[in-house]
Design a protein around this ligand. Structure first.
Ligand code: SF4
Ligand code: SF4
Length: 362
């Protein structure tokens, strides 16, 4: 087994979140009101096939396709920061035109590079991605392990001349894959999530206002389902937000883009920079927020009493189909998956009928 076990990686890379003082958002760019850790700012650039190399290295293999020191550095980063954005590179369409091959001295192909070009495209095709695409680390490894069970057929072949890597049959990749993406990419501990939950519940109960991302108002309505569900949720604090506004329908809600008061205890929330890394919470959720704001005619930062905000929401948005199914119910890619089906969530419709505050009136 490799010395780069997950524990070692975490030890190398985690910035001590276990203490009793929970960190606020801390980076300098956050302080300036700007961020540089968005999806278009890749922290790591690697060849697409090197996604597999990193897994094999973690599994104890000396992958010939990635320099050991670079692999260790990348693994250290992924083991501490699940928000790391990785850009996947391929040079497949940079091959010189055949008329130029003699001039560039590339008439005889570099067999290893030919295999690598195919490996890159094999990986990208299976992931449904294209050269240059950038995704957060957790998303990539979750998808990689779902779609690529073995390096056989990518790193190595039975065809003479295409044998490739002898380590492809050693099982290193498969052993790591069996333990899941969290072996490669950092996952918060349950204990840390619980600390954040406690802090957040207190803020929700006592704060002078609530900060909620717009589409989470809709998620609250889906979950409540006209009164069917009224107990805490493990991955967010929407229940606690509902309790507060039910008790205090005039509580002010300020609409914010991105992660909000409901998110702190989620396994996909990364406290150091406040990003969401959940596979289901990628870019589509930002569009949902903006779609809701547009339909309500509001801007981020708008503050309304909870009762008035939900009245406006239910007046302007009759179904989650209008937001979460993009209005047409067509699912165009993994990144733009539809939550709750193309026809909308029946729980939302039920809550729209009963209202969120109906318990107060009974
Ligand atoms: S099978 Fe071989 S070439 Fe492929 S990632 Fe593993 S060690 Fe690297
Ligand atoms: S359909 Fe899904 S994402 Fe959309 S509001 Fe409901 S729970 Fe939230």
């Amino acid at each position: 087994m490799t010395d780069l076990s997950r524990r070692t990686v975490l030890k190398l890379g985690t910035a001590g979140l276990a203490g009793s003082a929970l960190p606020a958002l801390t980076s300098g760019s956050e302080k300036a009101g700007k961020t540089s850790d968005g999806l278009c700012n890749a922290a790591i650039n690697i060849r697409a096939h090197q996604l597999l190399s990193l897994v094999c290295v973690l599994g104890g293999a000396k992958c010939p396709l990635m320099e050991a020191a670079k692999a260790r550095a990348v693994l250290q980063r992924l083991g501490s920061d699940p928000t790391t954005a990785i850009r996947l590179i391929s040079n497949a369409d940079e091959i010189p035109h055949y008329t130029k091959l003699a001039q560039t001295g590339k008439a005889a192909p570099d067999a290893q590079e030919v295999l690598n070009r195919k490996r890159d495209l094999d990986v990208l095709q299976r992931l449904g991605l294209a050269p240059g695409d950038t995704r957060r680390a957790r998303y990539l490894y979750d998808l990689l392990f779902k779609r690529i069970e073995t390096p056989k057929g990518i790193c190595a072949h039975d065809t003479p001349g295409w044998e490739g890597c002898p380590l492809a049959k050693d099982g290193a990749y498969e052993r790591v894959r069996a333990q899941g993406w969290k072996t490669v990419v950092y996952l918060r501990t349950d204990q840390e999530r619980e600390q954040y939950r406690r802090r957040n519940v207190q803020r929700i109960e006592t704060g002078d206002r609530l900060f909620v991302r717009p589409h989470h108002l809709m998620c609250l309505a889906c979950w409540y389902a006209g009164g069917k569900n009224q107990s805490p949720r493990p991955n967010d604090t929407l229940f606690e937000i509902w309790q507060r506004i039910r008790r205090e329908p005039d509580a002010p809600i300020t609409l914010v883009e991105g992660t909000c008061m409901a998110c702190d205890c989620c396994d996909g929330f990364h406290p150091p920079n406040g990003r969401c890394v959940h596979s289901c919470g990628l870019i589509r959720d930002y569009k949902k927020d903006l779609d809701v704001l547009q339909k309500l005619g509001l801007m981020p930062g708008a503050t309304m009493k909870a009762r008035e905000l939900f009245a406006l929401l239910f007046q302007r948005i009759p179904s989650t189909r209008d937001v979460c199914a993009y209005g047409d119910g067509i699912e165009r890619s993994e990144e733009w998956k539809i939550c709750s089906g193309p026809d909308g969530n029946p729980g939302y419709v039920a809550t729209r009928r009963t209202g969120v505050f109906n318990e107060d009136r009974s």
